[in-house]
Each structure stands twice: as C-alpha cells, then as structure tokens.
Design a binder for this molecule. Structure first.
Ligand SMILES: NC(=O)c1ccc[n+]([C@@H]2O[C@H](COP(=O)([O-])OP(=O)(O)OC[C@H]3O[C@@H](n4cnc5c(N)ncnc54)[C@H](O)[C@@H]3O)[C@@H](O)[C@H]2O)c1
Ligand SMILES: O=c1ccn([C@@H]2O[C@H](COP(=O)(O)OP(=O)(O)O[C@H]3O[C@H](CO)[C@@H](O)[C@H](O)[C@H]3O)[C@@H](O)[C@H]2O)c(=O)[nH]1
Length: 451
C-alpha cells in the first residue's frame, strides 16, 4: 500500500519504518527541514533501539523515503497518517494546531479518495474537527473528492517502540466505514500473524481508549508510589507488597514499580488533557487530579531524602558545599527523551538547595546539555562523576546501573551513600559493603554516613 506519515518524530518514524518493513511504500514527511535533510543522509534524530537499522535498510531498499514536500506526500498515497505532536496548551488541553494543519494540507492537495488516519493522541471529537478542516479546504477549491477519517491511536512505549509496533498487544481502529475498516485490517495483517489483535470500534471510543489506557497506567504508578511512601513509614517493604498483590491475576505485576514519579511525553500530558476534557463537559475527574498531584509530589521524594541524609539544616541552602552524583537523566531507560523527566525536577531542587550536581546518562547527555547548560557537570563515564561526591542518586533504571562495581563506588564517594529512586540494589548486599543505602518504599539499612 502507499502510505504517507506526517510527523517524523518518535511515533511517525517508528510507524513509517515498520510499515515499510512490512512491504509498503512509505513517505515520511515533516516541516522540520533539518530533520528531513538528516534523515535523507542516514542521520536519525532520536535514539530508539533498532530504529536506525530499520530505517537505513528500508531506505536502501527503496520502500521508505523522507520529504518536506507536502504536495508529493498527499498526492502519492492513499493512506495519510497524522503523527504530529499534541502538546498541552496553557489550560492542559491538547493543542490540536499541528493535527488540524495537516488536515488542511491534505484537503488542499488531495487528488483522489484518501483515508486520513489519526495516530496522534487526540481528545474525543478530534476526528470531526479534522473532517471539517479537510472539508473546508475542499470547498475552497469547489472539490467533491471523498475521504474518510479514522482514529488509530498508538500504544508504543519509548525504548521498546519497534517491538511494540511489530508485535502489538492490540491495534485499535475507530471507523464508521466498513470498506475503510477492511483496508486498515489489510494494512495491519502482517502484525497480527500470531494472533488477531485488531479491535474495531466507533471513532469516539477509539479516541477515548488511548486516554483511558494512559490514565489507568498513570493511576497504577501513582497508587504504587503512595503505597511505597506508606510502606517506608510503616516498616513494610514495597517489593514484597508488589509481589503479594501482583500475584492476584486481577492485578498483575506490570506497572507497579515505585519510582521518582512518572515522566515522558505522554502520561503527564495525557492525564492533564483528560482532566481538561472532563472539565469541558462539567465532570470533575477527582481521581485523575489526585493521580497528577501525587506524581508532582513524588518527583520531590529523592531530593527530600538527600536533604534529610546530608542537609545542614540551613533552610536557604541545605546542600551547600555538597556534591551529588546523578545516574540517569532520561525519563526511562533506552531513550534519550527528557520530556517531563523526573530528573528535571530533582536536579532543579538539588541546585536550589546549593548542591553541585554531576550527571551521567548513556544517551541523554546531549539533550541534558540543552536544558541545563553549564549549571551542572556531565560525564559519559558513570564512575567519573562519583569522585569525591557526597552521594550517588539513581534516577533512571538504565541496565548499566543494575550491577555496578560497588567497591569502586565506595572508593570514589566521600562517604558511601546511595539514594536509589529505582530500588535496583539488595539491602543485604549494601549492608555487607557498608554502603548506606536509602531506597524507596522500605527502611534503608541504617548505616550512618560516618561509618
Ligand atoms: N512518544 C511516544 O512514545 C508516543 C506514543 C504514543 C502516542 N504518542 C502521540 O503521538 C503524537 C506524536 O508524538 P511524538 O512523540 O512522535 O512527537 P514528536 O514531537 O517526536 O514529533 C512530532 C513531529 O511532527 C512534526 N510536525 C509538526 N507539524 C507538522 C506538520 N504540519 N506536518 C508534518 N510534520 C509536522 C514535528 O516537526 C515533529 O518532528 C503525540 O500526539 C503523542 O501524544 C506518542
Ligand atoms: O512500573 C512502572 C512503570 C513505569 N514507570 C514510569 O512511567 C513513565 C512512563 O513509562 P512507559 O509507559 O514505559 O513509557 P512511555 O514511552 O511514556 O509509554 C507510555 O506512553 C505512551 C504514549 O502515549 C503509550 O503509547 C504507552 O503505551 C505508555 O506505556 C516513566 O517515567 C517510567 O519510569 C514507573 O514509574 N513505574
């Protein structure tokens, strides 16, 4: 099939590469000239495991091309995917300007029947707005060309995007047209070989499904973070509690790891947008407001623990003269994405408390330098930043942090103190190593920093 994908970002690039991989002829189009020039020359603008190889192969084999030429992209393809950003507006609602701009572009240049598929995360009712935008452009040129608008929300996770796209838990298609449903089914058939996981529903339900899924997952995380905070105060261990509740098949083990708050380009923005959508229909989504507030507070927890362990008691600059080494800046492992990363709040808090902050991340240093400039120190070696630091704090659960050289850590730090926001290490091992260890959701090992 001939497909155009508008928006060469995290979702657009993955979708374009995976559709090309299954034999389709795909044009990826973006307004960002620099990005497209780079892509034409094999420069992939984001870090996503497996994406570069997939793009380069499909590009070389002639199934995937990149352009800024909107006319070409609209004219050449039957299926027009919209995968542009929907960032939060000032009131938290999803900003639809990029989605509607693509709709207008398609309306302006379409030369035959088109299936316009919205893959961006958009509030219920957006398909109607896209339809209107296309229709208005057609009317301006007195055209009676037909088109269909479909909702096909994307559920991929960054860091695992290719696998999620190639072997999806499900693909949701919102359409009211039987013929279009058949074409979409055909397009996704190669990804359904093990089991048919295509769910076809009405458009509004498909749009809502995306928000409901993200809101549910964010709720689980905030819930577990608060259980963890309570465990700490009650002498319970959140890891044991997770095992205890996860074994109930109605609950399951996934998405119950406590952490320094959820981040990324999706959960924070989509929770906000759903609260706003509810407000627009005079419904007070109390539960989600609490989920959001709990998450904001959770982002403070690591800095609170560091100040409690090392603080001088001086209200203005409790960490003045202290150096904190941070492992992990991206909002999750296997990505360079720092959008809404908890590290942003944690580092700002440490700086405000007077600390010198040093950071390591396997992929996000370039991104971090754009955000923090020379206000913090960076190293591409995870051990270098520990030299003479007062503490190590683990913010992101990258694999390389899971089983580090503890002897080396101990030798480098001024005092052996680890504040772990991802509970990566065993308490008894830390005890044995005489490292003072402060995890989330359970009492630390009680070794004082003077040990
Ligand atoms: N990032 C994820 O993991 C993820 C997962 C599922 C769904 N989503 C949703 O998918 C959408 C895209 O997210 P993303 O993270 O890929 O965004 P992104 O910011 O990485 O990419 C968006 C791209 O769209 C381009 N663009 C803007 N206006 C354009 C136009 N008129 N024509 C062509 N290109 C244009 C931008 O230049 C940018 O390259 C959002 O609605 C998001 O909520 C994201
Ligand atoms: O048990 C857990 C699981 C995740 N997180 C945090 O939650 C955030 C989001 O993680 P994850 O969902 O793995 O990454 P995303 O790439 O943001 O993916 C989410 O957002 C996407 C965009 O909408 C959806 O497509 C995905 O289905 C949805 O999982 C990160 O900060 C994680 O550290 C936790 O704190 N504890």
């Amino acid at each position: 099939m001939k497909i155009s994908v508008f928006g060469a970002g995290y979702v657009g690039l993955v979708a374009a590469a995976c559709f090309a991989e299954s034999g389709n002829s795909v044009i990826a189009v973006d307004v960002d000239q620099k990005k497209i020039e780079g892509l034409k020359n094999g420069i992939i603008p984001i870090y996503e495991p497996g994406l570069k190889e997939l793009i380069l192969r499909n590009q070389a084999e002639g199934r995937l091309s990149f352009t800024t030429d909107m006319v070409e992209a609209v004219e050449q393809s039957l299926i027009q995917f919209i995968a542009v950003g929907t960032p939060p507006g000032e009131d938290g609602s999803a900003d639809l300007q990029y989605v509607l701009s693509v709709g207008r572009t398609i309306g302006r240049h379409m030369n035959g029947f088109k299936i316009i598929v919205d893959k961006s995360t958009v509030p219920v009712g957006t398909a109607d707005k896209v339809r209107l935008a296309v229709q208005e452009e057609l009317e301006k040129r007195a055209s009676h060309l037909e088109f269909d608008v479909v909702s096909n929300p994307e559920f991929l996770k960054e860091g695992a995007a290719i696998d999620d796209f190639m072997q999806p838990d499900r693909v949701v298609i919102g359409t009211d047209n039987v013929r279009t449903a058949e074409i979409m089914k055909e397009l996704y058939d190669p990804f359904m070989r093990k089991q048919n996981r295509l769910i076809i529903m009405d458009i509004r339900s498909a749009e809502m499904t995306k928000y409901a899924a993200n809101a549910m997952l964010a709720t689980r995380i905030s819930f577990m973070n608060q259980i963890a905070n309570l465990c700490e105060r009650m002498g319970a261990d959140v890891a044991a509690v997770r095992e205890g509740i996860g074994s109930d098949s109605r609950i399951g083990y996934d998405f119950l790891f406590p952490g320094p708050g959820y981040g990324g380009s999706c959960f924070p923005k989509d929770v906000k947008a759903l609260i706003r959508t509810a407000e627009e229909c005079n419904y007070d989504f109390l539960l989600l407001k609490a989920v959001e507030e709990a998450n904001e507070r959770q982002k403070e927890v690591l800095a609170d623990k560091l100040i409690k362990a090392l603080g001088s008691g001086d209200k203005e600059g409790p960490l003045a003269g202290r150096t904190i080494a941070c492992w992990g800046l991206s909002f999750k492992p296997r990505t360079d994405d720092m959008r809404e990363a908890p590290s942003l709040t944690i580092i700002e808090r440490l700086l405000a408390a007077g600390a010198v902050v040093r950071a390591h991340d396997p992929e996000a240093l370039t991104e971090a330098k754009k955000l923090f400039g020379d206000r913090i120190e960076y190293s591409s070696n995870q051990y270098d930043i520990l030299n003479n630091a007062d503490a190590l704090t683990v913010i992101t659960d990258w694999h390389e942090y899971r089983n580090p050289d503890f002897e080396r850590i101990k030798g480098l730090l001024k005092q052996p103190l680890i504040v772990d926001g991802r509970n990566l290490y065993k308490l008894d091992r830390m005890q044995e190593m005489e490292i003072r260890y402060i995890p989330l959701g359970r009492a630390g090992n009680g070794i004082s920093e003077t040990n």
